[in-house]
Design a protein around this ligand. Structure first.
Ligand SMILES: [Zn+2]
Length: 99
């Protein structure tokens, strides 16, 4: 897997840097950061999986920090920034680097 740069949460598509387009984080850095997404609440490296995304969607797009939620917020618009194969991506990477 290429070390890609991310500006958005790969699970929910929330901007990780408050909309600051000059900032980005590499895939593995994000995965091992154990940071928690303010929107979907996933903890990177633990539950940043497509299954978590599906559950988040099924539970009605609940925000970890509801006060961060914009007034006119469209979860489907935000989900366009997410990465469907995020889980597969980093698992392949970890597997390759431990061979
Ligand atoms: Zn998120």
């Amino acid at each position: 897997m290429d070390e890609r740069l991310h500006q958005y949460c790969p699970i929910c598509g929330y901007h990780l840097f408050g909309g600051d387009s000059t900032k980005a984080i590499g895939s593995m850095c994000l995965h091992v950061s154990y940071d928690i997404c303010e929107c979907c609440g996933c903890e990177f490296g633990l539950d940043d999986t497509p299954e978590y995304r599906a559950e988040w969607i099924a539970n009605g797009f609940e925000w970890l920090y509801p006060d961060k939620k914009p007034a006119a917020w469209d979860p489907y618009e935000q989900l366009k920034n997410c990465e469907p194969d995020w889980n597969k991506g980093w698992q392949d990477y970890v597997h390759k680097s431990t061979d």
